[in-house]
Design a protein around this ligand. Sequence first.
Ligand code: UDP
Length: 461
Amino acid sequence: MEERGQRSNRRLVLVPCPPQGHITPMLNLGSLLHSKGFSIVIAHTHFSHPHPSGFPNFTFASIPDFLPKDVLSSGDAAAITANLNTNCEGPLRQVLSDMMAQDGATESKISCVIYDSLMYCAEAAAYYVKLPSMALRTSSIGTQLIFSELPRLQKEGYFPPKGMFNPHIVTDNKLSDIIPGAYPLRCKDLPLFTSDPEPMVQVIATALDIKTSSAILWNTVDCLEEQLSDQVQKQYHVPFFSLGPLHKVAPSLPTSILEEETDCLLWLDKQANDSVIYVSLGSLASMDEREFAETAWGLANSGQPFLWVVRPGSVRGSEWIELSPEGFEEAIQETGCVIRWAPQKDVLAHRAVGGFWTHCGWNSTLESISEGVPMICQPCLFDQNVNARYLCHVWRVGLELEGDLDQKEIEQAVRRLMVGEEGKEMRLRAAALKDQIKLSIRKGGSSHTAIEELVNLIISL
Ligand code: UDP
């Protein structure tokens, strides 16, 4: 068996996908594998990448992505992903070939390329230069399961969910009916991104396909998704490793692209245990002026202390909170704290935080469950509906907030979660999941074992 100290000659090239929710788990995986003795190279696109100065243990290589400005500003996730993959394959091959040429004169070698599934061009680039590769899935297994069923659901008329964009279309499948064989998901939880689903369906199919990679790595944990993992594993001929939650198994890193306002932790220090609702819709979701005002008054009138992240630009038509309704700032002086970006993991771990109103991105979902914090679930796009359904109906640690945002409903949801009987029960279930996760990452636990097996596999390549 190779000694850990000898592994620094083994380089792993990690290829993240640009959005924050994808970069974070890849950097955490890098941190984990670095702690196991490997050298880590982050090969990143020009567009939206982590700042090398925050990661003295990693080396960085830049891949020109030639992303056209109009594609970038369109916000069309399918077009951006397809363009990135088409444009980056050649430059990535070149980056890998150059590194291999340098290695020729030294003891180092690239052991493996580990890529975000949405950067599938890396599988082809690695194969071209004769390097092994592995795919990292940054969403849940539940999401992968339903995404891989889209062709069947398309045939059976469940997808695209008719009437989603045009309520006048008559539909056999009511949007709120559970899809047979896909509990707890309904037609309206399927990932419909625009009125034409085809480009995204193509991107998803390509990302889920494994051609030459040696393994699939998941940022998930058996105590949440073991049964689903068994089902999905049948679709692949390569081993699976549920390694997560990656932010818990890896030495911590400054993964945030935006600057964190850490002063909010001092504000939290002044609040009572489990009293604060933390509100954040992640790095991509946005709202209009009406939704912003309803949220503001719903929170203010709930009477609960709240910490609210309003990401710059996330209220459409304004830079930050210029569109705050009149009287709101005075009304919340005692109870609220509004910031641009939070140190989210520290916030969720703070004793004062008793609930999280979230958009249910997979990272936020794992971060909240890992700290035993129950949630109000308001999914906006991509896989968030799927996560919200599992949170509310399978793990039962979340309340669904659906339909048009309304201040009265928000106020009630906050009270139900923070001071109601239902909230208390959810908090207990969330605490039990937190304990199970702790066990999973200890020696002998499922994630701990999977990490050891992965390290052995990489060494054997
Ligand atoms: N995040 C953060 N500060 C904030 C809001 C979010 O650090 O104020 C982090 C959060 O901890 C998570 C990531 O941003 O790791 C968001 O990822 P997620 O998958 O939850 O959602 P996405 O942003 O991709 O929609």
